[in-house]
Design a protein around this ligand. Structure first.
Ligand SMILES: Cc1ncc(COP(=O)(O)O)c(C=O)c1O
Length: 354
């Protein structure tokens, strides 16, 4: 009999312990844009091998850098590994600290951690509103002045799932002075289908630019914490000075390498995402409920004044989604694409409630 990915995991003797942390079958967790599948089976076998070496400090960062460099056609020296891309966001802020230039620019809304980390490191945060739920790079570049040190762009944007395109990005690169570091966080890039999605890595030689990616989303390693950045060699060396030795653990390094090598598994994940998106769009249109078309693995859904209450009622039905009040979008929820049975649970529960 052919096992599904999920059944494979159940065969591992330690799986039931996961129940203690709420990964119970009855719950549908669509609130954190996680991958609904366990990682590639290759990850499991490599991690089990690695367990025998946990008396040693982590090795494997050089190998992971080499594998990433090969994938992107860069040199390994242009790759930075972090404890999740969150660590790389912090490293950028630590390294770029400057007496006179002390402001970061982000879109509003955007991924919450940029502002949180900026406040920890004593930066002022300037927020630039979206236009039609999209990042407007022209508007952002006009906000840059002599106090600006770092601009964080997120493409596709969490929480809207919208993207900015190649042409706008090229113009943006020309408009921003070299004293400003541009960070493009592409945590959801693997899910993008649009041909207009920018080739950001090509721009790293031109100016200070750091492209962030993560193994937490499409590769399903959120619990292990590993992300990477790509930038010009001297920028990478400069940022790396702020990194704690061994900040990425051995399991994460080994798992990331194994995950990267399994393109067939990645394809399955992306196919599930595409089917889930098609299912959501059809079902929400039928309800009818408004949503923002998304290039990522989540969807921003407009529910109006009842959005918070509906989130609570979905929770009562064991379906967890994210109310967007904290992002300044109180009329919206964000729902991640799950497995098809989970997507159906969400839509059925929503249908009963609205
Ligand atoms: C835009 C964005 N960047 C970064 C992250 C964090 O990624 P990591 O798990 O690699 O720290 C997330 C997580 O939700 C995200 O949405």
């Amino acid at each position: 009999m052919k096992l599904t990915i999920h059944d494979d995991v159940k065969k591992i003797p330690y799986y039931p312990k996961a129940m203690m942390y709420g990964f119970d079958e009855g719950w549908v967790r669509l609130s954190s844009n996680e991958n609904p599948f366990p990682p590639s089976p290759k990850v499991f076998s490599r991690i089990l091998d690695a367990l025998f070496y946990t008396n040693r400090y982590p090795g494997g960062e050089a190998e992971l850098k080499a594998a990433i460099a090969k994938k992107f056609g860069t040199a390994p020296e242009q790759v930075l590994i972090g404890n999740g891309s969150n660590e790389l966001i912090e490293m950028a802020l630590k390294a770029m600290k400057h007496e006179k230039r002390n402001r970061i620019i982000i879109s509003d809304p955007s991924f919450a951690f940029y502002a949180i980390a900026a406040q920890i490191y004593g930066y002022e945060v300037r927020k630039v509103p979206l236009v039609d739920m999209r990042v407007d790079l022209g508007l952002i570049s006009r906000q840059i002045d002599e106090a600006t040190r770092v601009v964080f762009l997120n493409n596709p944007l969490n929480p809207t799932g919208t993207i900015f395109v190649q042409e706008d990005f090229e113009n943006f690169l020309k408009a921003v002075p070299p004293e400003v570091l541009i960070v493009v966080d592409e945590a959801y890039a693997e899910f993008v289908e649009s041909a207009q999605f920018p080739h950001t890595v090509k721009g790293i030689a031109e100016r200070p630019l750091l492209v962030l990616r993560t193994f937490s989303k499409a590769y399903g390693l959120a619990g292990l914490r590993v992300g990477y950045g790509i930038g010009e060699e001297s920028l990478v060396a400069f940022l790396e000075r702020t990194k704690q030795p061994f900040s990425v653990n051995m399991m994460a390094l080994i798992a990331a390498q194994a995950a990267l090598s399994d393109s067939a598994h990645l394809k399955k994940v992306l196919r599930n995402n595409r089917n889930g998106m098609l299912f959501f769009s059809k079902a929400l249109k039928e309800l009818p409920v408004e949503f923002i078309p998304s290039e990522a693995n989540f969807l921003l859904v407009k529910l109006g004044k009842e959005a918070e209450g509906i989130t609570k009622r979905l929770f009562d039905e064991k379906v967890i989604v994210r109310w967007m009040g904290a992002y300044g979008l109180p009329d919206f929820i964000r729902v991640s694409v799950g497995r098809m049975n989970e997507n159906k649970r969400f839509v059925e529960a929503l249908r009963r409630i609205v």
